[in-house]
Ligand binder design. Structure first.
Ligand SMILES: CC(=O)N[C@@H]1[C@@H](OP(=O)(O)OP(=O)(O)OC[C@H]2O[C@@H](n3ccc(=O)[nH]c3=O)[C@H](O)[C@@H]2O)O[C@H](CO)[C@@H](O)[C@@H]1O
Length: 369
């Protein structure tokens, strides 16, 4: 009886970025040898994301929604530790920088099961931004037997932290795999903007924006919509209660601003493909927009997606509403400025990251046999 790969996820982005890895491992090893465990950190969003990939969760925990970061993390570590067994699992695969990813890696390490980190090496080197993600991803790195870095810069970060070279492999970001796999379904999944209307897609959810900064950003965008009938704005509202009320109040009564429930992956990518501009604080969306040729204004002071800023596909505007609105209107009205932010291809990957990950895990498993 061969051992299984255990993929551990908790949030929507983890589900989206691990879906291609799940599929590639199933193709290579058979679906009986690949198990998907959800911690329940954000169960509804994770399940919604997996629907478009036709992937079912094998085991979903019921992480407590109440309690602070430590209480929920301790609960996860305890439950995950009780489910992991080095006689059953050949590798535990985690993605990114959430509490689920960190507790999954630590539980696997404690069970002496090889840890695989997808999207390894992203850094701001500022523990306060993003909190707690920067700490999570830096703490996973030394526990991981294999660090799959999306870019050369991420690999350089890992080498600078003395992660051994043989544990690092640059493979690209699997989110580009997800887009290319489902691209045939994007056309028409979200209605195009009316003729002559330029669409702004917006997603905002980060902890550092909660409260007054988020309110100012939303009010700035609402004011832009009120002034300009040639613009429509679509904003899928993140279910975090710290976000919804502020967003709904700011855009109330703005006829050309549409707030919608969280979208499935295909609908979100289709929305992106119909947009002139994306305003976001999301990590994944900074990586996805270049696949649609859509410029990004990032409402964060720092980003670990430096490649997008260097490639010119994204621009940091911080939490400053005036700066955001000015940059948005420039890109809406200045076609040359907008085109200057569009690149061929995607700086974060070529759509084959998951195949490279599965190939490396096959080698790793053969060497361990
Ligand atoms: C510090 C940081 O940046 N960390 C990131 C954070 O992820 P994030 O910032 O990307 O989180 P979100 O913005 O919530 O999700 C985005 C995904 O959701 C899709 N989407 C969005 C709205 C919607 O209505 N329907 C959707 O389908 C969208 O296309 C995209 O794929 O944690 C991840 C896990 O550790 C990390 O990997 C990742 O670095």
């Amino acid at each position: 009886m061969s051992k299984t790969f255990l993929l551990v996820l908790g949030t929507r982005p983890e589900a989206i970025k691990l879906a291609p890895v799940h599929s590639a491992l199933c193709r290579r090893f058979g679906s009986d040898n690949v198990k998907l465990l959800a911690t329940g950190q954000h169960p509804d969003l994770a399940r919604l994301a997996l629907q478009d990939f036709d992937i079912a969760i094998d085991l979903c925990l019921e992480a407590p929604s109440a309690g602070g970061l430590s209480a929920r993390s301790a609960w996860m570590l305890d439950r995950l530790g009780g489910l992991m067994d080095d006689a059953v699992h050949s590798h535990v695969v985690v993605q990114g920088d959430t509490s689920t990813a960190f507790m999954g890696a630590l539980a696997a390490f404690n069970a002496r099961i090889p840890v695989v980190h997808v999207e390894a090496g992203l850094r701001t080197y500022d523990l306060a931004a993003p909190f707690p993600e920067e700490a999570n991803r830096r703490l996973i790195a030394p526990l991981a037997d294999i660090c799959f870095a999306p870019t050369e810069r991420a690999a350089e970060n890992l080498r600078s932290e003395r992660i051994p070279a043989q544990r690092i492999e640059v493979v690209g970001n699997t989110v580009v795999d997800a887009i290319e796999q489902l691209r045939p379904r994007f056309e028409g999944a979200w209605p195009a903007a009316a003729p002559g209307v330029r669409r702004i897609a917006v997603t905002l959810h980060r902890r550092e924006a909660w409260g007054a900064p988020l309110q100012a950003l939303c009010e700035g965008l609402a004011g832009l919509c009120r002034r300009r009938s040639d613009v429509d704005l679509v904003l899928p509202v993140h279910p975090n209660p710290m976000v919804g009320d502020i967003v709904r109040t700011a855009f109330a009564g703005v006829p050309n601003a549409e707030l919608v429930e969280p979208l499935g992956f295909v609908a979100m990518q289709s929305l992106l493909s119909t947009s002139t501009l994306l305003v976001t604080d999301s990590g994944g969306l900074q990586e996805e927009a270049p696949s649609h040729g859509v410029p990004v204004l990032v409402t964060r002071e720092v980003t670990e997606r430096v490649e997008a800023v260097e490639a010119g596909t994204a621009r940091l505007v911080g939490l400053d509403a005036t700066r955001l609105v000015a940059a948005a209107e420039d890109l809406l009205d200045n076609e040359a400025a907008r085109r200057a932010m569009v690149r061929d291809g995607n700086p974060f990957g070529d759509g084959h990251a998951a195949e490279r990950i599965a190939a490396r895990l096959a080698t790793d498993r053969a060497e361990a046999a």
